[in-house]
Design a protein around this ligand. Structure first.
Ligand SMILES: [Zn+2]
Length: 172
């Protein structure tokens, strides 16, 4: 069985914050404001994965007001969310993402971001795509006041072989 999931997120860009995408720090005078570290891409990917697995959303698992998640490492949250998805019997087939911001340019960081997400999600980097876009100067994103991320993923149910089923029965 296959399931598709969609995630979206937006964060304000402010001075004195790191600009993080998929756990990779981009050189920038401004970065994402947020209760956590503000990593907009990791947040969109979390929602895509949870959505595909039918496990709710990021706010349910990592409440934004919770002191435990103050300045939290969002890539670690992504790892925790993916562990839940795994435990529910799903593996990632592929992930496709779009990051929309005026600057900095994404291209110099793209391979690093793909590798970081792929490592966290236990797939080869070839199964993770990250694309950068600008908003052509339109709206808050176009004015450089915000960054947006979209993610779509495909999950596949892990088929249990007869051998693993027998082993599980034995262990019970
Ligand atoms: Zn967010």
């Amino acid at each position: 069985m296959m399931r598709v999931g969609l995630g979206w997120d937006v964060h304000r860009l402010v001075a004195g914050r790191p600009f993080l995408l998929g756990g990779v720090a981009l050189e920038s005078e401004r970065g994402e404001r947020g209760h956590s570290d503000g990593d907009v891409l990791s947040h969109a990917v979390i929602d895509a994965l949870l959505g595909a697995a039918g496990l709710g959303d990021i706010g349910e698992h990592f409440p934004p007001g919770d002191p435990a998640f103050k300045d939290a490492d969002s890539l670690a949250l992504l790892g925790a969310a993916f562990a839940l998805v795994n435990r529910a019997g799903w593996r990632l087939v592929n992930l496709d993402c779009v990051v929309v911001c005026e600057e900095p340019k994404l291209l110099p960081y793209r391979e690093k971001i793909r590798a970081s997400l792929a490592k966290t999600l236990n797939v080869p980097p070839a199964e993770v795509s990250v694309k950068g876009k600008t908003a052509e100067g339109l709206g808050d994103v176009g004015a450089g006041a915000a960054v947006e991320a979209l993610a779509i993923c495909l999950l596949e149910k892990i088929e249990k072989t007869e051998k693993t089923e027998k082993k599980e029965k034995k262990e019970q």
